[in-house]
Design a protein around this ligand. Structure first.
Ligand code: URP
Ligand code: ZN
Ligand code: ZN
Length: 461
């Protein structure tokens, strides 16, 4: 059995920060101690560094067919980039094709990932047509396939959107078998009507994407999804929340003692809608749904992390190269929605969150690692550092300063959302299930190393 010791690091979990040595045997952490007297063939000195649980990105889109093209990272390039940035597990979305079964969608995504993923992976299933047939598949997906969460879209009418009746039906069915419904909360009809108004006026530029999806589009749908969940006493998880208006709906729910699970993404914490004013077509780089918001929304999101109203920071990694973005050169509504970020999440949240004093180290681990593992049924194998847990470990050196750039990133995208961004703190070494996967910027694992993770059922804590 392989043996690795990480010495002299500062171990961080969602609750504790302490100096310790960690013994890894095979795929597991087998001892954590102030000083390990034994030795191992591979010893890593983590003096001056933090030792963190492997990051879990609960929201990615690799090899996704979307808006007439495919996201530009596949399971090989996307998961390798994730590993470089300290993310050892991703949860991607297996989409149902309208008219086909959920199981066929899941099978399609297994084919995309198998033999390609370098990091561990799991799937949410995106239900784009909830009917009697798809209803009958939910139990097996949860109990046999280990898919315990389902995504719904309240926007993208005609492609992905389901109506409220379907949402209610899905929540009822998923709860019966112990799963969790996640929601892309934007009012699709309202967004479509604003898009039409802008197109009729001849407004073509990327900024009209954001102007067609204002805060109220998200806030209304967020409130509706939360109310539907409340009526049925269902748990609900809102993906990629961006704004104060939506957070206010979460606060209203808290007043009636409803617990709503909330995810935001790193870009909504760090970037604002001023990027849409950049000259020419450059704003297309950040065309995503929901769009980037105002500084006041970033402020509200940061505060909500500390308050525990936002539980998870993900990426919604869905990259498209500029030639793909150009499909919307003359019509903002045809710009493929999405941006890269899978590689940057951990370092950016450390640098902007912990280093700048906005969140604590334990909160950093909680929202990047522990909460996604707990919410999506991967804990305690993933999401923490404990005896018996998978040895998914990230050594981050807080002293190293570096600059993010397309030229040095591993994501398959011809731009960086954070070009020139100065970051304090660098991922130095990454272990995935006891194997050194990344060391000083070099990958030691490759395609096929990642393992499919069957997830446990959602359990209300
Ligand atoms: O713009 C986005 N978010 N693209 C990916 C699909 C989604 O809505 O999550
Ligand atoms: Zn979405
Ligand atoms: Zn998404």
């Amino acid at each position: 059995m392989s043996k690795v010791i990480i010495r002299n690091g500062t171990v961080v979990t969602a609750t504790d920060v302490f100096k310790a040595d960690i013994l890894v045997e095979g795929e597991k952490v087998t001892a954590i101690s102030q000083h390990l007297s034994e030795s191992a063939p591979k010893e890593i000195d983590a003096s001056g560094c933090y030792v963190l649980p492997g990051g879990i990105d609960a929201h990615t889109h690799l090899d996704l067919p979307f808006m007439g093209t495919f996201s530009s990272d596949d399971f090989e390039t996307g998961t390798l980039a994730a590993l470089h940035g300290g993310t050892t597990t991703i949860i991607d979305f297996a989409f149902q094709t309208p008219g086909k079964s959920l199981k066929e969608g899941l099978e399609e995504w297994h084919q995309k990932a198998k033999g390609k993923a370098a990091a561990d992976y799991a799937f949410h299933v995106a239900v784009v047509d909830f009917n009697e047939k798809t209803r009958s598949e939910i139990r097996d997906l949860i109990e046999k396939e280990g898919v315990t969460s389902f995504k719904t879209f309240m926007a993208y009418k005609g492609a992905l959107m389901i109506d409220d009746r379907q949402m209610i039906g899905l929540m009822n069915e998923v709860k019966k078998w112990g799963g969790l419904v996640t929601v892309h909360a934007e009012n699709g009809d309202l967004a479509d009507s604003l898009i039409q108004i802008n197109r009729d006026k001849g407004n073509k530029a990327p900024k009209y994407h954001a102007l067609s999806r204002p805060e109220i589009v998200e806030a209304e749908a967020t409130g509706r999804a939360i109310d539907i969940a409340y009526a049925g006493n269902h748990p609900v998880y809102i993906v990629h929340m961006t704004c104060e208006g939506a957070l206010n709906r979460v606060k209203d729910a808290a007043k009636r003692n409803q617990r709503v699970l909330v995810e935001t993404c790193i870009q909504y914490l760090l970037l604002d809608d001023s990027v849409y004013e950049r000259p020419g077509f450059e704003g297309a780089k950040w065309v995503m749904s929901p769009p980037l918001r105002k500084p006041k929304d970033q402020e509200a999101l940061w505060k909500s992390l500390e308050q525990g109203l936002v539980h998870v920071v993900a990426t919604d990694h869905c990259p498209f190269c500029m030639n793909q973005k150009e499909m919307g050169k003359d019509d903002f509504s045809k710009i493929p929605n999405g941006a890269p970020g899978i590689e940057n999440r951990m370092e950016l949240l450390y640098s902007e969150g912990v280093e700048k004093g906005r969140i604590s180290l334990t909160k950093f681990v909680e929202v990047n690692c522990t909460n996604p593992a707990k919410i999506f049924g991967l804990y305690p194998e993933k999401g923490t550092i404990a005896v018996g847990s998978d040895a998914d470990l990230v050594i981050l050196d807080p002293r190293v300063e570096h600059t993010l750039s397309q030229e040095t990133q591993h994501m398959n995208c011809d731009y960086s959302s954070y070009e020139g961004w100065k970051v304090k703190g660098k991922v130095k070494t990454v272990l995935l299930r006891g194997t050194v996967a990344i060391e000083n910027g070099k990958a030691h694992v490759g395609k096929g190393f990642g393992k499919y993770l069957r997830r446990k059922k959602w359990q209300e804590k």
